[in-house]
Design a binder for this molecule. Structure first.
Ligand code: HEM
Length: 440
């Protein structure tokens, strides 16, 4: 039985928010940090509390810590040593392997995210900007009372218009395919794969391989916790639109190029089910829009190129061990919408996302290293993920087609990494334990 009253809501639920804010904190004084946490905890909703009151509330808050952050709060060395190696090292130290080189290198990140002094993130999702402002004012008061707690940087989140459905700045409908956890009460939509054991995403429960091993200690600290890889990815919208114009003569051709890069039309309709023509009704229908596979329905990629973002990030029945590599995606867009036809305005916009999993190395890092950035994934030679791969202008994107395939050479970078970090997302009891450390 999942302990819904202890698991932070972000793991199991999605808030109906149009705005939000991430605050990145530093703790210069362990007792001050614990005082902040002890007080702040009342803001953080469990999955149970969120589900019981989602209509009543206007904001939803989570909190997570870097390994340096746990140390800064006074966790002892014996306990710190029990965390997984990649989490201890942090995302900055893993840059090479993640593909965060060149323009994506942590040297170019903003908001002090690459600093070892970045200790925690407060994740606020709010129904509107007024609620966000109220939350911020309350937080400022609390922080001012707690010795040594500093806000290093913040990022405001904004949904992009039109607001009726979730989509990114490039215009792709999102949040269609998500793994579903056994016992969570959620039903997978057709095609979303089998119910997965909770331990794939939540520490302390059996995973697809059996009982969990090597959990961070003491048990109260890891139980109902998880790990989250944070990625702030700038989206170069004007560059993306120019690319579509350069590679498609008609608006229909341009839409098809956009669809081939992703694996879905921007409406959400999957190319496997709608290979030649967009079908917005299909894109909006959760009973149908994820109901496909690749091996039987599109083995050679005539509908969905093998190198498209979606086919890389979840190769479904064309990869081994898929049940051990799924990821829960959360987050939001930031920055202003760039209206159609507008020139580049030089303003940063993009996606600020969390990839949540119980093993950063097995799930997130594998996806980054092999699926996104291995040039020879699926024997594609000289390709990386067209949306999130590290692109330096020398790689290509192949669109299988009869009688001859189309090869786009010199793919530009549509996104760049502007920040990132590995966080531990503890359960509520674990946070009470940390907040109480000095007083035991
Ligand atoms: C700017 C960055 C990104 C954009 C614009 C983007 C966009 C999208 C879109 C539109 C979809 C299809 C909607 C869906 O199936 O739910 C998708 C699917 C997905 N993306 Fe991304 N994404 C980005 C970054 C990432 C990152 C960093 C990861 C993980 C490392 C990731 C992992 C996935 C996964 C696992 C799926 C589901 C595929 C499936 O189950 O078929 N994405 N993405």
């Amino acid at each position: 039985m999942l302990e819904f009253d202890d698991i932070q809501h972000i793991l199991l639920t999605r808030a109906p928010a149009l705005t939000g804010r991430y605050d990145f904190l530093s703790f210069r004084d362990p007792a001050g940090g614990r005082q902040w946490l002890g007080n702040f905890l009342q803001e953080v909703q469990s999955a149970e509390a969120m589900r019981a009151s989602v209509e009543k509330h206007n904001r939803w808050v989570s909190v997570a810590f870097t390994w340096n952050g746990l140390r800064a709060l006074g966790l002892d060395e014996a306990s710190l040593a029990t965390f997984p190696e990649e989490f201890k090292q942090g995302m900055v130290a893993r840059a090479e392997m993640l593909g965060d080189t060149g323009e994506n290198h942590p040297d170019h990140w903003t908001g002090e995210l690459a600093s070892p002094d970045m200790h925690a993130i407060v994740i606020l999702f709010a129904r509107d900007a007024a609620e966000r402002a109220r939350f911020q004012a309350e937080q400022e008061k609390l922080i001012a009372r707690c010795e040594g707690v500093k806000v290093l940087s913040s990022l405001d989140l904004e949904a992009t218009p039109p607001f009726g459905y979730a989509h990114d700045h490039f215009g792709y409908r999102d949040r269609l395919s998500q793994p579903v956890i056994e016992g969570s009460g959620d039903e997978p939509t057709p095609g979303s794969g089998p119910l997965l054991k909770p331990g794939e995403f939540i520490l302390g429960y059996p995973d697809e391989d059996g009982p969990p091993a090597n959990l961070p200690q003491p048990e109260v600290l890891s139980r109902n916790g998880s790990f989250a890889a944070y990625r702030r990815l700038q989206e170069h919208v004007a560059r993306f639109r120019e690319f579509l114009r350069d590679n498609g003569e008609t608006p229909e051709e341009q839409e098809l190029i956009a669809a081939k890069l992703m694996g879905r039309w921007r409406s959400g309709a999957p190319l496997v089910l709608a290979p030649d023509k967009d079908d917005p009704e299909l894109g909006a229908d959760p009973q149908r829009n994820n109901n496909f596979n690749y091996k039987q329905m599109d083995p050679l990629g005539y509908a969905v190129p093998l190198g498209s973002h979606m086919r890389r990030m979840n190769p479904r029945d064309t990869a081994a061990n898929m049940n051990r590599r799924r990821m829960i995606r959360r987050g939001a867009t930031y920055g202003p919408h760039l209206p159609d036809g507008a020139a580049d305005d030089g303003v940063e916009r993009g996606i600020a996302a969390f990839v949540i999993c119980s093993s950063l190395i097995r799930q997130f890092e594998f996806a980054q290293n092999v699926w996104a950035n291995d040039r020879n994934f699926h024997e594609l030679r000289n390709e990386r993920d067209p949306i999130i791969g590290n692109q330096d202008g020398t790689l290509e994107f192949k669109i299988p087609k009869r009688p001859i395939r189309k090869t786009i050479k010199g793919l530009p970078a549509f996104t760049n990494v502007r920040g990132g970090a590995y966080f531990f997302l503890p359960g509520l009891a674990a946070m009470r334990y940390v907040a109480g450390l000095g007083s035991h």
